[in-house]
Design a protein around this ligand. Sequence first.
Ligand code: AMP
Length: 225
Amino acid sequence: MRIVLLGPPGAGKGTQAIMLADKKGFLHLSTGDILRENVKNGTFIGKKAKAFMDNGELVPDDIVIEMMLDTIKNARSQEDFILDGFPRTVYQANNLDRELNKLKLPIDMVVYFKTSIKTVILRLTGRRLCSRCGASYHITNMPPKKQGVCDKCGSELYQRKDDSEETIKKRLEVYDSQTKELIDYYKTQGILKEVSGDLEAPKVYSELSEILNTCEADDRNKVRK
Ligand code: AMP
Protein backbone atom coordinates (compact mmCIF):
# COMPACT_ATOMS: atom_id res chain seq x y z
CA MET A 1 0.00 0.00 0.00
CA ARG A 2 1.29 3.46 -0.90
CA ILE A 3 0.35 6.24 1.45
CA VAL A 4 0.90 10.00 1.50
CA LEU A 5 0.84 11.85 4.83
CA LEU A 6 -0.41 15.40 4.40
CA GLY A 7 -0.62 18.24 6.89
CA PRO A 8 1.17 21.29 8.27
CA PRO A 9 4.64 21.06 9.76
CA GLY A 10 4.35 19.82 13.34
CA ALA A 11 1.19 17.82 12.64
CA GLY A 12 2.94 14.60 13.69
CA LYS A 13 3.36 13.05 10.23
CA GLY A 14 6.95 12.00 10.91
CA THR A 15 6.11 10.43 14.28
CA GLN A 16 3.26 8.40 12.77
CA ALA A 17 5.35 7.37 9.76
CA ILE A 18 8.05 6.04 12.11
CA MET A 19 5.41 4.12 14.10
CA LEU A 20 3.91 2.63 10.92
CA ALA A 21 7.36 1.68 9.67
CA ASP A 22 8.18 0.01 13.01
CA LYS A 23 4.92 -1.82 13.52
CA LYS A 24 3.78 -2.59 9.98
CA GLY A 25 7.01 -2.66 8.02
CA PHE A 26 6.30 0.28 5.73
CA LEU A 27 9.23 2.03 4.12
CA HIS A 28 9.28 5.60 5.42
CA LEU A 29 10.40 8.20 2.88
CA SER A 30 10.71 11.65 4.43
CA THR A 31 11.60 14.46 2.04
CA GLY A 32 12.81 16.65 4.90
CA ASP A 33 15.12 13.89 6.24
CA ILE A 34 16.52 13.15 2.79
CA LEU A 35 17.14 16.86 2.15
CA ARG A 36 18.79 17.33 5.57
CA GLU A 37 21.05 14.33 4.88
CA ASN A 38 22.05 15.96 1.58
CA VAL A 39 22.80 19.24 3.36
CA LYS A 40 24.88 17.40 5.98
CA ASN A 41 26.88 15.61 3.30
CA GLY A 42 27.36 18.77 1.22
CA THR A 43 25.94 17.19 -1.94
CA PHE A 44 24.88 19.16 -5.03
CA ILE A 45 21.22 18.89 -3.92
CA GLY A 46 22.14 19.86 -0.35
CA LYS A 47 23.99 22.98 -1.48
CA LYS A 48 21.02 24.07 -3.59
CA ALA A 49 18.44 23.28 -0.90
CA LYS A 50 20.07 24.70 2.25
CA ALA A 51 19.10 28.37 1.99
CA PHE A 52 15.46 27.53 1.15
CA MET A 53 15.24 25.18 4.11
CA ASP A 54 16.86 27.61 6.53
CA ASN A 55 14.35 30.28 5.47
CA GLY A 56 11.35 27.97 5.79
CA GLU A 57 10.66 28.11 2.05
CA LEU A 58 10.03 25.19 -0.25
CA VAL A 59 12.99 23.81 -2.14
CA PRO A 60 12.26 24.30 -5.88
CA ASP A 61 9.91 21.68 -7.32
CA ASP A 62 12.28 20.32 -9.95
CA ILE A 63 14.99 19.48 -7.41
CA VAL A 64 12.60 17.78 -5.00
CA ILE A 65 10.64 15.90 -7.67
CA GLU A 66 13.75 14.40 -9.25
CA MET A 67 15.18 13.52 -5.83
CA MET A 68 11.98 11.81 -4.62
CA LEU A 69 11.20 9.97 -7.85
CA ASP A 70 14.76 8.61 -7.88
CA THR A 71 14.38 7.60 -4.23
CA ILE A 72 11.13 5.75 -4.98
CA LYS A 73 12.53 4.02 -8.07
CA ASN A 74 15.60 2.85 -6.12
CA ALA A 75 13.71 1.94 -2.95
CA ARG A 76 13.80 -1.59 -1.53
CA SER A 77 10.01 -1.62 -1.77
CA GLN A 78 7.86 0.18 -4.29
CA GLU A 79 4.74 -1.66 -3.14
CA ASP A 80 4.49 -0.43 0.45
CA PHE A 81 5.79 2.98 1.34
CA ILE A 82 4.83 6.14 3.14
CA LEU A 83 5.61 9.55 1.74
CA ASP A 84 6.12 12.05 4.54
CA GLY A 85 6.44 15.66 3.34
CA PHE A 86 5.98 14.91 -0.37
CA PRO A 87 4.18 16.12 -2.39
CA ARG A 88 3.89 19.67 -1.08
CA THR A 89 2.62 21.41 -4.23
CA VAL A 90 0.06 20.45 -6.87
CA TYR A 91 2.87 20.42 -9.43
CA GLN A 92 4.74 17.83 -7.33
CA ALA A 93 1.53 15.80 -6.91
CA ASN A 94 0.90 15.76 -10.68
CA ASN A 95 4.43 14.56 -11.37
CA LEU A 96 4.20 11.91 -8.66
CA ASP A 97 0.86 10.61 -10.01
CA ARG A 98 2.21 10.45 -13.54
CA GLU A 99 5.31 8.48 -12.58
CA LEU A 100 3.52 6.09 -10.21
CA ASN A 101 0.83 5.44 -12.81
CA LYS A 102 3.56 4.48 -15.27
CA LEU A 103 4.84 1.97 -12.68
CA LYS A 104 1.22 0.82 -12.12
CA LEU A 105 1.70 1.59 -8.43
CA PRO A 106 -0.57 4.57 -7.76
CA ILE A 107 -1.05 6.19 -4.35
CA ASP A 108 -3.78 4.24 -2.51
CA MET A 109 -4.48 6.60 0.33
CA VAL A 110 -3.72 10.12 1.54
CA VAL A 111 -4.08 10.87 5.23
CA TYR A 112 -4.70 14.48 6.12
CA PHE A 113 -3.57 15.44 9.65
CA LYS A 114 -6.07 18.11 10.64
CA THR A 115 -4.16 20.15 13.22
CA SER A 116 -4.67 23.51 14.95
CA ILE A 117 -2.09 26.30 14.71
CA LYS A 118 -1.76 26.26 18.51
CA THR A 119 -0.69 22.59 18.52
CA VAL A 120 1.70 23.07 15.64
CA ILE A 121 3.51 26.02 17.24
CA LEU A 122 3.74 24.30 20.61
CA ARG A 123 5.13 21.11 19.07
CA LEU A 124 7.67 22.77 16.78
CA THR A 125 9.08 25.27 19.28
CA GLY A 126 9.57 22.51 21.87
CA ARG A 127 10.98 19.88 19.51
CA ARG A 128 14.52 18.64 20.14
CA LEU A 129 16.37 16.03 18.07
CA CYS A 130 19.29 13.74 18.68
CA SER A 131 22.35 14.84 16.72
CA ARG A 132 23.37 11.21 16.19
CA CYS A 133 20.37 8.87 15.89
CA GLY A 134 17.70 11.45 15.00
CA ALA A 135 15.35 10.47 17.86
CA SER A 136 12.75 13.15 18.51
CA TYR A 137 11.83 14.67 21.90
CA HIS A 138 9.72 17.52 23.21
CA ILE A 139 10.84 19.72 26.10
CA THR A 140 7.53 19.30 27.94
CA ASN A 141 5.45 16.58 26.19
CA MET A 142 8.24 14.01 25.78
CA PRO A 143 11.38 15.17 27.59
CA PRO A 144 14.51 13.01 27.66
CA LYS A 145 15.46 11.51 31.06
CA LYS A 146 18.48 13.81 31.23
CA GLN A 147 18.03 17.31 29.82
CA GLY A 148 19.72 17.79 26.44
CA VAL A 149 20.82 14.15 26.16
CA CYS A 150 19.32 11.38 24.00
CA ASP A 151 17.86 8.47 26.00
CA LYS A 152 18.65 6.04 23.18
CA CYS A 153 22.29 6.77 22.35
CA GLY A 154 23.49 9.37 24.87
CA SER A 155 24.30 12.00 22.24
CA GLU A 156 23.53 15.70 22.44
CA LEU A 157 20.09 17.02 21.49
CA TYR A 158 19.69 20.06 19.27
CA GLN A 159 16.92 22.31 17.97
CA ARG A 160 16.35 22.41 14.22
CA LYS A 161 17.32 25.83 12.81
CA ASP A 162 13.96 26.09 11.05
CA ASP A 163 12.10 25.41 14.33
CA SER A 164 12.66 29.03 15.43
CA GLU A 165 9.45 31.04 15.87
CA GLU A 166 10.13 33.30 12.90
CA THR A 167 10.85 30.42 10.50
CA ILE A 168 7.88 28.42 11.79
CA LYS A 169 5.66 31.39 10.86
CA LYS A 170 7.12 31.35 7.34
CA ARG A 171 6.67 27.56 7.03
CA LEU A 172 3.03 27.86 8.02
CA GLU A 173 2.47 30.63 5.45
CA VAL A 174 4.05 28.39 2.81
CA TYR A 175 1.80 25.52 3.89
CA ASP A 176 -1.30 27.73 3.58
CA SER A 177 -0.38 29.14 0.20
CA GLN A 178 1.14 26.10 -1.54
CA THR A 179 0.38 22.81 0.21
CA LYS A 180 -3.12 23.13 1.63
CA GLU A 181 -4.71 22.92 -1.82
CA LEU A 182 -3.57 19.30 -1.98
CA ILE A 183 -6.44 18.48 0.38
CA ASP A 184 -8.91 19.22 -2.43
CA TYR A 185 -6.63 17.65 -5.02
CA TYR A 186 -6.77 14.29 -3.24
CA LYS A 187 -10.39 14.69 -2.12
CA THR A 188 -11.33 14.90 -5.80
CA GLN A 189 -9.47 11.64 -6.40
CA GLY A 190 -11.57 10.05 -3.62
CA ILE A 191 -8.56 8.81 -1.64
CA LEU A 192 -8.42 11.38 1.17
CA LYS A 193 -8.83 10.26 4.80
CA GLU A 194 -8.54 12.39 7.90
CA VAL A 195 -7.07 12.03 11.40
CA SER A 196 -6.97 14.53 14.27
CA GLY A 197 -3.39 15.76 14.44
CA ASP A 198 -4.09 17.53 17.74
CA LEU A 199 -4.35 14.23 19.63
CA GLU A 200 -1.44 12.52 21.35
CA ALA A 201 0.63 10.20 19.16
CA PRO A 202 -0.83 6.85 20.39
CA LYS A 203 -4.39 8.09 19.78
CA VAL A 204 -3.55 9.31 16.29
CA TYR A 205 -1.92 5.94 15.66
CA SER A 206 -5.09 4.07 16.57
CA GLU A 207 -7.16 6.30 14.25
CA LEU A 208 -4.63 5.65 11.52
CA SER A 209 -4.60 1.89 12.11
CA GLU A 210 -8.38 1.77 11.91
CA ILE A 211 -8.33 3.61 8.57
CA LEU A 212 -5.63 1.27 7.26
CA ASN A 213 -7.55 -1.82 8.35
CA THR A 214 -10.70 -0.58 6.64
CA CYS A 215 -8.81 0.15 3.42
CA GLU A 216 -7.12 -3.25 3.45
CA ALA A 217 -10.49 -4.95 4.01
CA ASP A 218 -12.00 -2.95 1.10
CA ASP A 219 -9.10 -4.05 -1.10
CA ARG A 220 -9.63 -7.70 -0.18
CA ASN A 221 -13.33 -7.39 -1.04
CA LYS A 222 -12.49 -5.82 -4.40
CA VAL A 223 -10.20 -8.76 -5.23
CA ARG A 224 -12.94 -11.25 -4.29
CA LYS A 225 -15.56 -9.57 -6.52
P1 AMP B 1 10.13 18.91 6.98
O1 AMP B 1 11.21 18.13 7.64
O2 AMP B 1 9.12 18.08 6.29
O3 AMP B 1 9.52 19.94 7.91
O4 AMP B 1 10.85 19.76 5.82
C1 AMP B 1 11.88 20.67 6.11
C2 AMP B 1 12.13 21.57 4.93
O5 AMP B 1 12.54 20.80 3.80
C3 AMP B 1 10.91 22.35 4.43
O6 AMP B 1 10.67 23.52 5.19
C4 AMP B 1 11.34 22.66 3.00
O7 AMP B 1 12.32 23.68 2.97
C5 AMP B 1 12.03 21.37 2.60
N1 AMP B 1 11.07 20.42 2.00
C6 AMP B 1 10.61 19.27 2.56
N2 AMP B 1 9.76 18.65 1.74
C7 AMP B 1 9.66 19.43 0.63
C8 AMP B 1 8.91 19.35 -0.56
N3 AMP B 1 8.08 18.31 -0.83
N4 AMP B 1 9.04 20.35 -1.47
C9 AMP B 1 9.88 21.38 -1.24
N5 AMP B 1 10.59 21.52 -0.13
C10 AMP B 1 10.50 20.57 0.81
